[in-house]
Each structure stands twice: as structure tokens, then as C-alpha cells.
Design a protein around this ligand. Sequence first.
Ligand code: XLS
Ligand code: NI
Ligand code: NI
Length: 438
Amino acid sequence: MSDSFPEISKIAYEGPRTKNPLAFRHYQADEPVEGRSMRDWLRFSVAYWHTFRGTGSDPFGAPTLQRPWDDGSDSVDNARRRVDVAFEFMEKLGAPYYCFHDRDVAPEGSTLAETNKRLDAVVEHLKAAQERSGVKLLWGTANLFSHPRYMHGAATSPNADVFAYAAAQVKKAIEVTHELRGENYVFWGGREGYMNLYNTDMKRELDHLARFMHMCVEHARAIGFRGQFLFEPKPKEPTKHQYDFDAAACLNFIRQYELTDHVKLNIETNHATLAGHTMMHELVYASIQGALGSIDANTGDLLLGWDTDQFPTDIYLTTQCMLVIMQQGGLAPGGVNFDAKVRRESFEPVDLFHAHIGGMDAFARGLKIAARLRADGVLSEFVKRRYRSFDEGMGKKIEAGQTSLGDLEAYMLDKGRPDSVESGRQEMLENLINDYLC
Ligand code: XLS
Ligand code: NI
Ligand code: NI
């Protein structure tokens, strides 16, 4: 057991009037919302990479974050110590889940065999910590982007040996995810994209990526891993163009390569905005196709054009997320993973608590606001009414596929002109949403 945050006890719910910054104002795990606890709606998860491997370095400056438990070495002992701190943190926070990349939890060795051995040693420790604390693994994934061997991509590398190495690495990552009873497995493109089309065979690279994912699905089934596979869209960074650009591009890929039965999407806010969409757009687009599996909860900066991965604090954003998530009945087996990092200026360990408490409260508020909007039928009734001309008469026939262009021409020739159209009332609805936010 670790005692790395001696000043901090378990974070409690103290209600909206508390002055204690280390307390929840809105997140009360057992509070029922539409008959389900907040814990079960939100399924919060801590991202191991940002929270326990982030250093605060940026392209202009050295690491800043104080992590007294971390000796900075690549030893297995250091990795195990981090596990203890991570579980102390998650238990004190009351986060039910965490997520990791293989290389976040265990250091790379000089050969694949040595790397796997180190991973096994840390996984054993993770397993014991999970059992002791009850914190569970939301998803596992493999880091196929940091090592120089992946400079041209992993599954889309022009080098077959690199493809094979990545395949071996993912095989192991799926196995340890299974061992730790992970509920999902994520593919984020890493460097699966291109910097320049002069040197790129896009068709071959996409075929290879699909082949890779099919082998993952086959292996998972062979070892009895029943978790959900998730593909995470991101349009750019680190490559100029990532193949998993946005929800639409990912779904097209999944359909073209017949992966629909096995793969859903993990939608991340900052990636949605990098693609020129809102988070709500991406969520709705995925959800209406039965493909919204999980979310990476964070936010970008309006004035910065890259993946700043900040903690979400905007109640409009979390309300919009929860409206879509509740509409589809929740995210399980997915969840709300804080793929977010503290700013390099927020360098003290306690800042990790402030960051996560803020994100959890922002989502709890979004959940409660969305539930009130749903209970009052505010948006759903307006939208239903807006399309009512398709509920009867010719509209109903159109939806049922019982009309031809000729039928519609005859209908309009007879009628002369359409019934008058109605106002979209956007401003009225925006005002209404504001009423619910207070
Ligand atoms: C990076 C991605 C990454 C994935 C997991 O931008 O968000 O963190 O979530 O590989
Ligand atoms: Ni992510
Ligand atoms: Ni990101």
C-alpha cells in the first residue's frame, strides 16, 4: 500500500455549497438518476498515461511535474511503485475504472521477450491492486507510436517487420487486458496516417490496417476475450493526416472492411474539435449508427489548434454529452475516461485531485441537467413535432419506401405548393437550455 497523498483522505460528496475544494459538489456515486446510479451512468476512468506518466515537458521546456514517488528510472520496481500510487489515487478519488497503454505501466526491454517479461511482472502487481481495491480496467491498449521503430506507422508501416512487431505487441496487450478483465480494448491510430502522399500507398496501408484489426479480433476470440473493441478517431497529430480522421471516416473503414460486428468507436472531445466538429456531432453521428462505445472526456482550447487534452469543466459540453449518452441508454461496457492532463504549471500532486474532481463534477452536473431536460421533454417534444409531417399521409409513405419520384410529382401537381414551413426556433431552444443550466 502506498501513502503518497498523506494530506488527502477519501474525496467526499459535500454538496454545492461546500467551500472545500477537495470535495464533490455534484458527483454522488450512489445518487439515482433515471433509476440508475451516477456511478453506473458515468463509469469514470483515470488515464494512466497522463496522470501517472505525464511529466509536464513540452517542445519548449523540461519536465515540471513533482512526482516524489517516481525515481525517473525504467526499472520494474519504479513501475510497481507507480501502480501503488495510482491505486491510492483512484481509491481516494472514488474512480471505478482506469485505462492504460502497455508502455505506460511497464518499461520496454531490449527484446520483445524481455519487454513481455517486464509487462507480466507489472501486470501481476496490477491484478493484485485491482483485487484489493475493486478498481477495474475499462480498457487496455498498446503504445504503437513512441518508439522510433514506429516512425512510419505500425500497422500502416511500409516495413513488414515493423507490422509484425506491432502485431506481436498488440497480441500481448490484448492478452494482459484479458488477464486484468478489461471491458474494452482500444485502437488509437498513433502514427497510422501519412505525412506526404508522394511516398505513400494509401490503399495498401488501409488494407494492412484492416488485416491487423481482423487478426486482433480473431486472437481475442481465440483466447476468450469478450470485451468490446473500440476505434478512436483523431484527424491529425502526430501525422498530418490520420486514417481514423473522424467518426464518419472510422465507420466507413469499419464497414468497408467488415469489422462492424466487432468494433465501435471511442470518441474524444479534443479530437472532434480538431476535425472541425463539435463533440455532440461526433457522439450523435456514432450513436445513431449503434457505434458509440465509450468516450475520452477532455477539452481543447478555443485559441489553440492542437490536442491540449484539458480536463472538461464546461457544463454546456457535459450536458450535450450526457444528452446523447442517455438517449442511447448509457455507454456500458464503455465509460467516461479522462484522457486529460494537468497543465505543466499545475505541478503539485494535489493538482491531480483538483483536475479529476472538476471533471467528475462537471459530468455529474451534465448528467443531472440532461435528466431534467429529458424529464420535461423539452428538446424531444420539439424535435418530434418538427418532423410530424412524416408521421402521416405522404410523409409516412416516403419513410416507408412506398413512393416513387412520379408519385411525389403527382402529389405536388395536385396540391400545388407545400404546406408552409415553420421556424426552427434555435434561439428559443438555446435560451431554454440556459434556463436548465442554473
Ligand atoms: C491520443 C489519444 C490516446 C488514446 C489512447 O491523442 O487520445 O491517448 O486515447 O491511445
Ligand atoms: Ni484518447
Ligand atoms: Ni487526445
